[in-house]
Design a protein around this ligand. Structure first.
Ligand code: GLN
Length: 303
């Protein structure tokens, strides 16, 4: 399939809607000042074909997309033991919700809501330097250097009262082993990674190749682990809109409040869309529309 004309077509279709609806995340200044009228899209096939269009090389804050890579690191170092502290059910609640944690004794519903990612990060902190390891992992996966946006990381820390509450609440149930501030410093840095669509399409390449690293030929995850990550993306990757995403798009996806969404077509390709204006669930409005157009035009779906 020739993907480049399809991506260009999607950019042209969405052009008139750029910045017209939705709201850019405004809980920190560095995200609030990102111009809404931007849209990028990029993909990489399993056999290395790349296509990209629009603002595909503009770096953005990957935010909760980092939860995908944190989970991957957690599965690598801990295997199935990771699931002793983290559930695998969709939450049906906003990404930063506290409500289910008390009834569930400090065990988060899944690794893709904030509580779950903080719990995964705690496990990573127990195993090593989770900031440096994330940079090494992502730089290798997209074959280019990747960095943290320190301004975003500092603002996340200065305003992250709810995440601090989530960390302390889980700690009160004995479910966080390390110092909460140390764990959150790593979590905030992971959220503050700056990447572009081309890099993220490459970096998620292992998810469409049964866990095989897109560049070095080694398995990052086993085939079974990779299926499980994709299953979690489909059921939990877009928070309380996961049902809607499965219904409208039919691909495992992971979104972030920076406006990025990554999606996987197993055995075919991985792709990333980005547009900063969000809907009420914190998912990119035009990103979601672009994924709908992409699956309609290509006929690709996990169903
Ligand atoms: N930094 C954001 C937070 O922790 C990430 C949330 C998101 O992208 N959904 O609240």
């Amino acid at each position: 399939m020739q993907f480049q004309p399809i991506l260009e077509d999607i950019v042209a279709t969405l052009q008139p809607q750029l910045g017209a609806a939705g709201r850019v995340a405004d809980y920190i200044p560095a995200l609030a000042r990102v111009p809404a009228a931007q849209f990028g899209i990029a993909l990489r096939t399993c056999d290395g074909q790349e296509a990209a269009a629009g603002d595909c090389r503009v770096p953005f804050s990957i935010q909760s997309i980092s939860k995908l890579f944190a989970l991957t690191m957690g599965m690598r170092v801990m295997g199935d033991a990771l699931w002793q502290r983290i559930g695998r059910e969709p939450s049906g609640n906003p990404f930063n919700s506290l409500v289910q944690l008390e009834a569930e004794q400090g065990t988060p519903r899944n690794p893709f809501i904030n509580a779950g990612a903080i719990a995964v990060t705690d496990r990573l902190v127990s195993h090593g330097d989770a900031k440096a390891e994330m940079l090494t992992l992502l730089s290798g996966l997209c074959n280019e250097p990747v960095h943290f946006d320190e301004e975003v990381a500092a603002s996340e820390a200065a305003t992250g009262f709810r995440n601090i509450a989530l960390g302390n609440f889980m700690k009160s149930f004995g479910k966080i082993d390390n110092d909460v501030a140390t764990v959150l410093d790593v979590y905030f840095h992971h959220c503050a990674l700056a990447m572009n669509c081309v890099q993220l399409a490459r970096a998620t390449g292992y998810l469409c190749r049964d866990g095989l690293h897109p560049y070095n030929g080694h398995h990052l995850l086993t085939e079974r682990q990779t299926r499980r990550v994709n299953a979690l993306m489909l059921t939990c990757g877009t928070y309380d809109a996961a049902g809607e995403f499965a219904f409208l798009i039919g691909l495992p996806c992971k979104s972030g409040v920076g406006g990025g969404i990554v999606a996987v077509v197993p055995d075919h390709l991985s792709l990333c869309v980005w547009s900063p204006a969000l809907d009420a669930t914190g998912n990119s409005l035009l990103g979601m529309k672009a994924l709908e157009l992409f699956t309609a035009k290509t006929g690709l779906s996990v169903f």
